[in-house]
Design a protein around this ligand. Structure first.
Ligand SMILES: [Zn+2]
Length: 131
């Protein structure tokens, strides 16, 4: 049963997310929004865990997980939501972000863009008027 698997293993995922949240606490100046996002994700997982547990206690069909799962995915992905706080690519130049930037930087900018040095492009236009 799916609900049995969720009850057995989702607590470990929840624990990993809470450990990530504690690690983000050390970077509070730059990761406040992402720390709140991990709390929302953890709250959603606890709700899903609770529904799976109730399904096991009442011995009803696992199909009752579906509405909860749909509502959870909708709540965590709409608009500027919890899951969308974590981007894989830089907002400025589109390059792949490091794991530290993904987890700890609310700006979602790579180190080059963050410190005001946009990366050089191979086809950069040269201004000839400065000669
Ligand atoms: Zn960048």
């Amino acid at each position: 049963m799916l609900s049995q698997w969720i009850v057995e293993y989702l607590q470990w995922v929840f624990l990993l997310i809470l450990l990530l949240n504690l690690a983000q606490r050390r970077q509070y100046e730059t990761a406040a929004r992402k720390r709140l996002a991990t709390l929302y994700i953890a709250a959603g997982l606890i709700l899903f865990y609770a529904v799976a547990h109730v399904i096991r206690l009442l011995e009803i069909s696992d199909w009752w997980l579906l509405p909860t799962g749909v509502a959870l995915v909708f709540a965590l992905t709409r608009g500027e939501s919890a899951v969308r706080a974590f981007r894989l690519y830089c907002r400025g130049c589109g390059s792949r972000l490091s794991l530290a930037s993904i987890v700890y930087q609310d700006s979602n900018l790579c180190s080059d863009c963050r410190f005001g040095e946009p990366p050089e492009t191979p086809y950069e236009e040269v201004d000839e008027r400065k000669d």
